[in-house]
Design a protein around this ligand. Structure first.
Ligand SMILES: [Zn+2]
Length: 425
């Protein structure tokens, strides 16, 4: 096929130019100006669009095995390609947890049969994600794990985490922190501040995050393990990441769109619909994170896609399930959060950087590379969660008009999603 007339943005190669991309047998065959279709080649007209190396969401809860009522490999990866993602990394808080080569083998086989995009497993740091005993990192790596995390929970025992990092050190595979001190957090349902006091519900202060970020960065430094801080929510955590980076720690970090756009004030309006871990913080934090994105201090745009059933989300603030669906709104939501971000940074945070951090192929479109391509454009659209492919319909962006939209998602040269509502012009 031929992707024609678009603006190719590939930060890995320093390309930002009007260039056509020819794809053959799943790989990039030719990049150049004014390429002409040959024979019966499909043509994707991309005028007015940005053509980028495929987007990679490194923080997705795919829910299988164990929670198919929340999401399946089919629905989650269909949501991914509709959201512009050619690959996702899936978190290990499944049942059973992704803590053994056997479970990873099951997942690999099911993904091969059922997935619409690439799926990279993030294996558990500890057995059963219980935080008590390190899982076998070498065996998990050999079985395909691209990262280690107990995401959903923090490894609260520092000795266990340090032992796990030491044992995995020679792999140089990234550890991903879900940073919330469970003792400080207690039974909190939102950020601890004026709004939680007003609503009379237990809150979790930002220190619950940065006390763990601080600890994990010290372990990363000591053990020389690459480290990634997931869903950064407070400006103090950000400062710690920057300081650690300056002192030579190999640390990266991600944000979510909801922490950039919404605040604890949102809980007043949406109630359980604004319940997420870590919680939505005050405006000062959201603003600091947006500024950090603009300053190039944040590496990755992730979603923390965390689908639940409608019944699980239907409770009140205290009882409702935690988390939002995110794959299908990410491109538009980040454009809403940081509208002035240059396209090369937008693409780097969605593609180049997650590929580098996870050590996976992609993040680049060079002749010979596999043809994972994301095409998007400045086309406003209104979010309608009922139309999502994901089984999870809860997002604070529901009903919002987002300025940017995915036009096509190409995985290994095959068009897995094409925007039918507007179509490339
Ligand atoms: Zn998490």
């Amino acid at each position: 096929m031929l992707v024609r007339g678009g603006r190719l943005v590939d930060p890995a190669q320093g390309i930002d130019a009007r260039l056509d991309v020819r794809i053959r047998e799943g790989a990039v065959a030719e990049i150049g100006e004014h390429l002409q279709p040959r024979g019966d080649e499909d043509v994707l007209e991309a005028q007015g669009c940005i053509v980028a190396p495929g987007f990679i969401d490194m923080h997705v809860h795919l829910r299988e095995p164990g929670y198919a009522e929340k999401e399946t490999i089919e629905t989650g990866t269909e949501a991914a390609v509709r959201g512009g993602f050619t690959a996702i990394a899936c978190m290990p808080n499944t049942n059973p947890a992704l803590d053994s080569p056997g479970v990873l083998a099951w997942l690999r086989d099911e993904v091969a049969r059922r997935a619409r995009c690439r799926v990279y497993p993030v294996a558990a740091i500890t057995l059963g994600r219980r935080g008590e005993e390190p899982a076998d990192a070498h065996a998990l790596r050999a079985a395909g794990a691209v990262a280690f995390s107990d995401d959903g929970n923090t490894v609260m025992n520092a000795r266990v985490l340090r032992d796990a990092a030491r044992a995995a050190g020679d792999l140089q595979t990234v550890f991903i922190s879900h940073a919330e001190d469970e003792h400080i957090k207690g039974d909190a349902v939102m950020h601890d501040g004026a709004v939680s006091h007003e609503l009379g519900v237990p809150g979790s202060p930002s220190i619950a995050e940065y006390v763990i970020v601080s600890r994990d960065l010290l372990i990363a430094h000591e053990m020389h393990v690459p480290w990634h801080i997931a869903h950064l929510s407070s400006h103090v955590s950000l400062a710690m990441v920057l300081r650690a980076r300056e002192s030579g720690v190999n640390v990266s970090c991600e944000v979510t769109p909801h922490h950039l756009v919404f605040t604890d004030e949102t809980v007043r309006d949406l109630g359980a619909g604004a319940k997420v871990n870590p919680p939505l913080r005050p405006q000062d934090d959201a603003r600091a994170l947006r500024d950090a994105v603009r300053a190039g201090q944040i590496d990755v745009f992730a979603t923390d896609h965390a689908p639940h059933t409608a019944a699980e989300k239907a409770g009140d603030l205290r009882t409702a399930a935690v988390g939002f669906t995110g794959l299908e709104v990410a491109v538009g939501a980040y454009a809403l959060a940081v509208p002035d971000l240059p396209p090369e940074r937008f693409v780097a945070m969605f593609s180049t950087n997650p590929a580098r951090i996870l050590g996976v192929a992609g993040g680049r479109l060079r002749v010979g590379d596999r043809a994972d391509v994301t095409v998007f454009a400045e086309r406003p659209w209104r979010v309608d969660a009922t139309a999502f492919a994901s089984k999870g319909k809860s997002t604070p962006f529901d009903g919002r008009v987002l300025p940017r939209r995915v036009v096509a998602t190409i995985v290994a040269g095959e068009t897995r999603y094409r925007d039918k509502a507007t179509g490339p012009t």
